[in-house]
Design a protein around this ligand. Sequence first.
Ligand code: FAD
Length: 460
Amino acid sequence: MQKSDILENLQSIVGDDMVSSSAAELYCYSCDASQIRGVPDFVVRPSSTDEVSKIARLAFDNDIPLTPRGAGTGLAGGAVPVEGGIVLDMSSMKRILEIDLDNLLVFVECGVVQEKLNEALEPYGFFFPPDPGSSAMCTLGGLIANNGSGMRSVKYGTTRNYVMGLEVVLADGTIINTGSKTSKSVVGYSLTDLFVGSEGTLGIITRAILKIKAIPKERSVLLASFEGPELAGRAVVKVLSSGIVPSACEILDRNIIEAIKSYDPNISLPDADAILLFEVDGTENSVKEGIEMIRDACSSLASNIRAASDKKERDEIWAARRLVGAAVSRLDPLRTRVYVGEDVGVPIKELPGMLNKVNEISKEYDLPIMTYGHIGDGNLHTGMCIDVLEDGDWDKLNLVADRIHRTAISVGGTVTAEHGVGSARSEYLGLELGKGLNVMILIKNALDPKGILNPGKMGV
Ligand SMILES: Cc1cc2nc3c(=O)[nH]c(=O)nc-3n(C[C@H](O)[C@H](O)[C@H](O)COP(=O)(O)OP(=O)(O)OC[C@H]3O[C@@H](n4cnc5c(N)ncnc54)[C@H](O)[C@@H]3O)c2cc1C
């Protein structure tokens, strides 16, 4: 089919205004928040499952690559159409269909922005726990497709733990429903789990049934400083292995602390090689008890420990943590934060060794690494900034990232704990999954025999 015919067909499905092939608009859809680039031939904004199904059928019949996209905040090139074709912008499907408090469930379309769901739930005293740093922008579809998580997954788990069921459009346009509203069901393969984290390579998620939780009554924060990141890693192992369950457990290393302070000198963070932020939530008594238990567990390792005395101090500490992205990006006007090798995860016991190894690699290559992230999940964000116009900087960065990835795998860890594989990390799937990758390829071929769904991603 000619391009002009495809355009006409797409227009007949969604209406003229919801399709674009103008160069300016295509350029806007040629990237996400990573360094990966690829220009689509068409951008389409469906408003219903039926429209998505018709678009998929058109793409299937004509062998056109079809890349689903939420808000494009992904950090691995997942939503970038690296082989051209159609980008399916799902952000118009943004209705919260039902809030079912009796069953602790919500029914949503996939384009709902994460924070909007929590704004809708707050008046009822409930929330949807997965909270990525991008919650003000990212869609629930993107979050589900990436099995995203964030600061509170150490207690509440990842998005996967909240998806009860999905409506999915398959590559040939078939619409299926997976899962159920019941908290237990053992009927058939867990197809819901198959689509969660499939990064748009197996189907297009159009609707979801999600679990929600009651907002905890109290929260408190404890900040512990360490002379050396390894000590911070040991403290995390000690806290978690003694059975304490913080609702957040974050690390900021010296480079990050300095970046935050130079971004906003009014922020008061200790001068330390690393700090850990622990949050505990629950009832008044359980929070007090949890904070004291963490203080005890950290006392022999930390150089200083302070608990936030009130809500204001607690909020200031979290505000500082949330500044990390902006602070790193503006550190040096000649250098750009590049999301490569930035999302490894290791088993908790391996954290002290991994933190040491990251420092060693940084020194060996003379490339500063700023480490922060959800250390309670074993998840370290190793941030690096380079002059993106210098080929030599890219070479060095890729070598450093490769070393970090391989080190994580060698200790039983993963190359991506939450940001996803996309195009950025496809090359490591064989190394990390072994023959499991062959099974993934079999599943991909069964569900998407023509390979039209988000091609060039996830190593399949
Ligand atoms: C500042 C910042 C902070 C971040 N912090 C975190 C964090 O703490 N934790 C975390 O996990 N991530 C984080 N991220 C990464 C990103 O925001 C998440 O992965 C998010 O879930 C992506 O959602 P999105 O709507 O932007 O998806 P997109 O980037 O548009 O797409 C992501 C992937 O999902 C697929 N997809 C999107 N919608 C659908 C759909 N409806 N059906 C099928 N596939 C679909 C796409 O094809 C792509 O593969 C951060 C990103 C930024 C920029």
